[in-house]
Ligand binder design. Structure first.
Ligand code: ADP
Ligand code: MG
Ligand code: ZN
Length: 616
């Protein structure tokens, strides 16, 4: 990056030189003398002679060059050592001018005065001036040099990168921290094993894949798995996020890649982990103008580096992405990321295991039924499950408890699914009634059809997400496949809410917006992707763009077919809607009874619901 307002470093340096010099001189000529000069008293020569005669003088220094005599008296005490330094200066020094008295020496000898230097020797020029100035110059030189380097780094040296590649030898994570995902762990264990005993593989002639790509929806533990590999492998672990390669200047990203692989090669065996690789690994543009030069160069460099290094040396490249379909095919060919490790959303067992892993971090009040929570959270990712545990712990704290229990977990599941409760939302009685009939409509249609998931809970307590009420259905066990009947019944259940409103109030509200959306989506998928329509048989009319991120689909058919699809979808939903209405008509008494019950209770559980249903 270029920084503006970079002051000319030379000018400011000279400024500092000047100040420093001033300080040195001030120290030498003002401060130092204050310490070195003793208190002096001038004495006339004749008094001096008298003092000698009286034996009062203890020590004398004749300073011929200054034409003066310096002396100490006995009563002032302290004699100076042979070579007085700055710190043992005499208390008081007497001075008299030398008058060229020829008898002086004899007189002094007679009264046994000591001849010795009195005046402290000033520190040598070397220490007071030359050394400080030299130090100052050296410091200044070092400073300028580092500044120049920085400047050069800023503007001129594209070739060098200041890649922030960091070695994380200890991530503190192991495979034990990753619950479920057994297949992914198995595949990665092989890589860890290879890094531990490369000879075992080399002796057979097996080459390990150079790179493995972790693909899966967000929050399923891809980053966590890579960290766990580092923890298990006990080798250097270079971790960098794809976005860190994205630079302002063309060529910088490529330089970073080069740098990263140079370091990795030096540290082999080691693991290089590139998180969110889709940032740099996107398909390159084919032809046309306006390609992203910088990104392409970075990708090209990455491809070249992956080809360039020796797989047997023990550099394994892991990468993670949730958009595998957008990756450049060149990245995926054998010899590069040839191994693909799916990290899917956890199944029932996996969810239970993940809940248990994260439950270790909090204090729980037994008994806890993890299986029930896992059942209620179909489709949740590991990150969401972790969040559910945390929300439950927060709720326990809020309620002043020291451990969290089952009800915290259940409430937390709903909070994550539907938002927090809005207890003080003001809703008119009329609206409450509508919501109650709407929700019972869903539940009743679901219960009166075969193959639909049992009702777990119905509530008309509003949520912060905007939902005024909802019906929670929980599948028993894991469902991998959905039959046409199940799909159709599901659509009927979606329409059940609106059907109840029509039947009871004779008018409709906006409350069904979400139901409509979901019903349409499912009906559309049935027609275009699942081959469940009468019209189109097994023809794929849509392709899913982004399987792991929401899964938006785009049409792959003519406009004419598109119109036909729309008609098919409409008739499917209409049919389901009619079915829902007829179910409710047949069970009108139940509908009233359940709705009144819900209005009173605000929340009814699956068991209560079923009990009333059985009573009839
Ligand atoms: P990703 O990189 O796939 O988007 P992360 O690895 O960052 O997801 O996962 C986010 C968090 O979710 C992790 O830190 C971990 O606490 C939790 N998590 C996700 N999957 C699992 C799992 N299988 N076992 C335990 N914790 C998980
Ligand atoms: Mg991640
Ligand atoms: Zn509804």
């Amino acid at each position: 990056m270029i920084k503006k307002n970079n002051k000319n470093p030379k000018r400011s340096l000279f400024y500092y030189y000047g100040v420093a010099l001033l300080i040195i001189f001030a120290l030498n000529f003002l401060v130092l003398p204050m310490f070195t000069t003793p208190e002096t008293e001038s004495v006339p020569y004749n008094e001096f002679v008298d003092m000698i005669a009286n034996g009062e003088v203890s020590q004398v220094e004749i300073q011929n060059e200054k034409n003066q005599i310096v002396f100490l008296t006995k009563e002032d005490g302290k004699e100076t050592p042979k070579k007085p330094s700055l710190f043992d200066k005499p208390q008081k020094v007497y001075v008299t001018s030398s008058v060229g008295d020829p008898d002086l020496v004899q007189r002094l000898l007679d009264s046994k005065v000591k001849f010795s230097a009195i005046w402290p020797e000033p520190p040598s020029l070397l220490w007071t001036t030359i050394v400080p100035i030299a130090a100052m110059l050296l410091l200044g030189w070092l400073l300028t040099r580092s500044m120049q380097k920085k400047m050069a780094g800023n503007v001129m040296s594209f070739g060098k990168s200041n890649a922030k590649v960091y070695v994380e030898a200890q991530t503190g994570k192991t495979f034990a921290d990753v619950a479920g995902q057994d297949e992914a762990k198995e595949a990665l264990t092989e890589i860890v094993d290879f890094l531990h005993n490369p000879d075992k593989y080399a002796s057979i002639g097996a080459k390990l894949p150079k790179g493995a790509l972790l693909v899966g929806p967000p929050g399923t533990g891809k980053t966590l798995l890579a960290k766990a590999v580092a923890g298990e492998a006990h080798v250097p672990f270079f971790s960098i996020s794809g976005s860190e390669f994205v630079e302002m200047f063309v060529g910088m990203g490529a330089a970073k890649v080069r740098d990263l692989f140079k370091q990795a090669n030096e540290k082999a065996p080691c693991i290089v982990f590139i998180d969110e690789i889709d940032t740099i690994g996107k398909k390159r543009e084919t032809g046309g103008m306006g390609g992203n030069d910088e990104r392409e160069q970075t990708l090209n460099q990455l491809l070249a580096e992956m080809d360039g290094f020796d797989g047997r040396k023990g550099v394994v490249i892991l990468a993670a992405t949730n958009r595998p379909e957008s990756l450049d095919p060149a990245l995926l060919r054998p010899g590069r990321f040839d191994r693909r490790i799916p990290v899917e959303l956890p199944d029932l067992k996996g969810r239970e295991a993940i809940l248990k892993v994260h439950a270790k971090a909090v204090i729980m009040q037994q008994p806890i039924d993890f299986n029930a929570i896992a059942c209620a959270t179909a489709g949740a990712s590991g990150a969401e499950l972790e969040n559910i545990i945390n929300e439950a712990a927060l709720r326990a704290v809020r309620l002043g408890r020291s451990a969290l229990n089952q009800s915290d977990l259940e409430e937390s599941v709903e909070t994550v699914i539907a938002g927090a409760q809005r207890k003080n939302a003001v809703i008119s009685q009329k609206e409450k009634e509508i919501v109650a009939y709407h929700e019972i409509g869903h539940a009743l249609v679901a219960a009166k059809q075969s193959d639909s998931a049992p009702v777990h809970k119905i509530t008309i307590i509003p949520r912060t997400s905007g939902a005024l009420g909802y019906t929670m259905q929980v599948e028993e066990g894991e469902h991998m496949l959905m039959s046409r009947d199940e799909a159709f019944n599901k659509i009927a259940t979606f329409t059940g809410g609106r059907a109840a409103e029509e039947l009871i109030f004779g008018s409709v509200t906006t409350g069904a917006a979400n139901d409509i959306e979901q019903a349409t989506k499912l009906a559309r998928a049935m027609v275009t992707r699942y081959g469940m329509s009468r019209e189109f048989d097994m023809v794929a009319l849509e392709t899913v763009q982004n399987a792991y991120l929401g899964g938006d689909a785009s049409l792959t058919c003519s406009a004419e077919t598109a119109a036909q699809i729309d008609r098919e979808v409409v008739s499917l939903v209409k049919e389901a809607h009619t079915k829902a209405v007829s179910i409710l008509k047949e069970n009108l008494d139940l509908l009233h009874k359940l709705s009144h019950h819900l209005l009173e209770q605000e929340t009814i559980t699956g068991e209560q619901f079923m009990a009333i249903l059985r009573e009839g």
